[in-house]
Design a protein around this ligand. Structure first.
Ligand code: FPP
Length: 224
């Protein structure tokens, strides 16, 4: 049975779900947040150590302002209302991405990270204003600035995922098969599960099925 420490998720399909059922993309994001809560709960149950959620990409700034504002408000409310509960559950929150956001949100994010810093049951990496290409470019720049050798060890220590093991599993919902600039380096040997359901329809039963399937896969890492 394969050990499972780290699951990464591209939570795709919120917009389509919202349009289909409620005639607004934003209502899909709201419903998507319920799925986030279900998956956090199940991750604790499954003793997963790291859960990385792609919440907002560097490319998502191209969306209409009203949708961007809605998403950040949703996140803000989530943190204000739920950070104490996350903390009580021994969950650590880490933001990966460019934290150069509004002053209010940046402050809230740092406060939430600081509060939960020493927690150890589950680490949630929230990929926010995240793009893998810029992460890699910044890592190479740091190597150059420090006059270090270009090798895997030096590169990984300059990534935003420093000290986090690579995900063994990536899930993408929403019936789309692409990586969308997410963890391009870290996913080199990850098992990828593409799911047809839209993110708000995804649930803990789907999640557990994927975990069970993953555990039985023969992982060769290039060997035979
Ligand atoms: C992709 O679906 C989803 C996002 C860009 C946002 C994900 C956000 C959430 C699940 C809720 C907020 C999360 C937290 C942790 C506060 P899409 O909008 O691209 O869907 P589409 O492909 O149907 O348009």
């Amino acid at each position: 049975m394969n050990p499972l420490n780290h699951v990464a998720i591209i939570m795709d399909g919120n917009g389509r779900w919202g349009l289909k059922y409620k005639r607004s993309r934003n209502s899909g994001h709201k419903a998507g947040l319920n799925t986030v809560e279900k998956i956090i709960k199940e991750s604790l149950k499954q003793k997963i150590k790291y859960l990385t959620l792609y919440a907002f990409s560097t490319e998502n700034w191209k969306r209409p302002k009203n949708e961007i504002n809605y998403l950040f408000n949703l996140l803000e409310n989530f943190l204000v209302n739920k950070i104490n509960k996350l903390h009580e559950q021994n969950i650590k929150l880490k933001i990966i991405g460019n934290k150069n956001l509004s002053k209010k949100l940046s402050k809230l994010l740092s406060k939430s990270e600081k509060k939960t810093y020493f927690n150890s049951k589950l680490q949630i990496n929230l990929a926010l204003n995240y793009g893998s290409k810029i992460e890699l470019l910044n890592a190479f720049k740091k190597i150059k600035r420090n006059n270090e050798k270009i090798n895997e060890k030096n590169l990984t220590k300059h990534l935003l995922t420093k000290n986090i093991p690579d995900p063994e599993v990536l899930i993408r919902t929403g019936d789309t098969k692409r990586l969308s600039n997410f963890l391009l380096w870290q996913l080199a040997y990850t098992e990828i599960f593409f799911v047809r359901k839209l993110w708000p329809d995804f649930n803990e039963v789907d999640f557990v099925k994927i975990i069970k399937k993953f555990k039985t896969i023969k992982r060769n890492f290039g060997s035979i």
